[in-house]
Write a protein that binds this ligand. Structure first.
Ligand code: HEM
Ligand SMILES: *[C@@H]1O[C@H](CO)[C@@H](O)[C@H](O)[C@H]1NC(C)=O
Ligand SMILES: *[C@@H]1O[C@H](CO)[C@@H](O)[C@H](O)[C@H]1NC(C)=O
Ligand SMILES: *[C@@H]1O[C@H](CO)[C@@H](O)[C@H](O)[C@H]1NC(C)=O
Length: 508
């Protein structure tokens, strides 16, 4: 609804602008060295070009204007990049010039005043967060120590699916995968201490979904000056309400944690991420004192960043496998050979499953969960021979990169074999494939995300055959993209699982 109002307003402004232009046609002075730009309307700039899927619009414009071009979204100057060469300059050669993120007020609100890692401006606080994330929170040691939490949730998921299989009932995969990844992330964060477990899970899931929605709404007020103090789309109201809901939940959880913390220290039990954060906040030797607000913002970061993206990536990969039975068959053969049928696939099997890895890479190439990376330039800089002034909003089109015929043979074809022929990393080292971004602001959750996606997809096809459709009689599924800040499927995948092996005795 809010979205629709937004477009309506843009449309009306477009009309007014065209009239103004017709009235005062004047020639613009030539601007050298700045990237090329399409014709802009007064006031709204190029806002009228944007639709609900900005990555498509950017892609189409890049075909016309080249891999580096400029847009004005309202009064905000933006530069859009989409080539591998520009990625290398942006994220490697000149990384230090592009370490900021664009600010907008909905995010300010939801991120507790810019205290979240995703939206923190580049500076000492962000550096501090980056350090604790890499050394304490999402590093290999902590991820290892929380493996039992992930296995437990995966078992619950597989058990749930096998009940559905017994009854030959259809499963709404998007919703169920969301529940699973959300449980994995919230359990890693807040452990088993949430007393009223069932309720909290539902509440958290709702919050995460709502955040995705508001963030996906383009805030006109951020782009058009005379809307600055108006909330035309009602986004602000919703953001406030979401944060209030999150706040009361997280307050309760933190309080529960504080009560049992001393006990855990004595017993030497495994710490969850919130325990680690509380430890850091009590440590007087840290260069920055982590406050309660900081902790809340960070918890929200991990929930927002980690849940939806991993779930939709798994869903896309399964949809591709359903549409490519030969690839599915080859994947199952690999799993049967490496893991067998007498135990469930585990995270430790992943290094021995190169074809499964190739499938996940190929799926991330075509369906990157974050199709457009947003940054902001800190200083004047030059990329691809063009000048990029400081404070320019940068959009890097990851989606476009993965479909560029200059780097990929038959780019629209789903062919995991291309990654068997050519080893390629997805974690920011290879500038033709950047699902997690690159450089210092790259996604810090990539290891965790890849573990969850591989092990979930792998065990889903190890244990079940998947028949598409509510009646299980579709031979293929559509690949239409939905809208939002992540890249969900337009039509959630619905399938009926049939057991290949009975997982129940194998689950813990
Ligand atoms: C398939 C899953 C995921 C994808 C595709 C993804 C993708 C991305 C991308 C493209 C960025 C921006 C990188 C850049 O600016 O260069 C990012 C940032 C981030 N991601 Fe992820 N992500 C995923 C999962 C996760 C998980 C599981 C977590 C946490 C547990 C997470 C936490 C974050 C955080 C905190 C940032 C902000 C980093 C910063 O600004 O310094 N992400 N992610
Ligand atoms: C982009 O171009 C393709 C092919 O010309 C067209 O089908 C599609 O509708 C365009 N998308 C947008 C959002 O303009
Ligand atoms: C949209 O932007 C305006 C101006 O920056 C701000 O006042 C308003 O709160 C924003 N809306 C939301 C939901 O953040
Ligand atoms: C699948 O089965 C349903 C119900 O039996 C039927 O209505 C539908 O047309 C079938 N679809 C296909 C593609 O065969």
């Amino acid at each position: 609804m809010a979205d629709f109002q937004g477009y309506l307003v843009i449309f009306l402004l477009g009309l007014i602008s065209i009239v103004i232009v017709k009235l005062l046609i004047k020639s613009k002075p030539a601007k050298s060295h700045l990237p090329p730009t399409p014709f802009a309307l007064p006031i709204i700039g190029h806002l009228h070009l944007l639709g609900p899927k900005p990555h498509h619009v950017f892609h189409n414009l890049s075909v016309q204007y080249g891999p580096v071009f400029r847009l004005f979204l309202g009064s905000v100057p933006c530069v859009i990049f989409s080539s591998s060469e520009s990625a290398k300059e942006l994220f490697k050669t000149s990384d230090s010039a592009f370490l900021d993120r664009p600010r907008n007020s909905c995010m300010d609100y939801i991120s507790y005043g810019g205290n979240s890692m995703i939206f923190a401006p580049y500076g000492s606080y962000w550096k501090f967060l980056k350090k604790i994330v890499m050394s304490e929170l999402l590093n290999a040691r902590t991820l290892d120590s929380l493996l039992p939490v992930r296995s437990y949730e995966l078992d619950r998921f597989i058990t749930f699916l096998s009940h559905k299989a017994k009854d030959a009932k259809p499963v709404e995969l998007q919703a169920e995968l969301m529940t699973m990844t959300n449980n994995v992330i919230s359990r890693m964060l807040t452990g088993k201490m949430c007393t009223s477990e069932g309720d909290d899970e539902g509440v958290i899931r709702r919050i995460v979904t709502d955040i995705g929605e508001v963030m996906g709404t383009f805030n006109l007020s951020d782009h058009i000056w005379f809307f600055q103090n108006l909330d035309v789309q009602g986004v602000k109201k919703r953001s406030k309400e979401i944060r209030a809901r999150f706040d009361s939940l997280i307050e309760k959880i933190i309080n529960e944690h504080e009560e049992v913390r001393n006990e855990i220290k004595r017993k030497g039990e495994v710490k969850d991420l919130l325990d680690i954060l509380l430890d850091i906040s009590e440590n007087e030797c840290m260069e920055i004192k982590l406050t309660r607000e900081h902790i809340k913002a960070f918890v929200l970061d991990i929930m927002g960043g980690g849940t939806h993206s991993s779930a939709i990536s798994t869903e896309w990969a399964l949809a591709e496998l359903i549409n490519h039975p030969n690839i599915m068959k080859k994947a199952i053969e690999e799993i049967d050979q490496v893991v067998g049928k007498n135990r469930l696939l585990q995270e430790s099997d992943i290094p021995n499953l190169p074809y499964l890895q190739a499938i996940v890479k190929e799926s991330l190439r075509l369906h990157p969960a974050a199709p457009v990376i947003q940054r902001q330039s800190i200083v004047d800089c030059s990329v691809g021979g063009y000048q990029i002034p400081a404070k320019t909003t940068i959009f890097f089109n990851v989606w476009s990169l993965g479909r560029d015929p200059n780097y990929w043979e038959s780019p629209l074809e789903f062919r995991p074999e291309r990654f068997e022929e050519k080893q390629m990393d997805v974690r920011g080292q290879n500038f033709q494939l950047l699902p997690f971004g690159s450089g210092r602001r790259m996604c810090p959750g990539s290891s965790l995300a890849l573990m969850v996606i591989h092990v979930t997809l792998g065990s889903m096809i190890q244990c079940f055959e998947w028949k598409a459709g509510k009646d299980g009689n579709l031979t293929s599924v559509d690949m239409e993209e939905g809208t939002g800040i992540t890249l969900p499927r337009a039509n959630p995948l619905v399938c009926i699982p049939t057991a290949r092996i009975d997982p129940l005795p194998l689950c813990m």
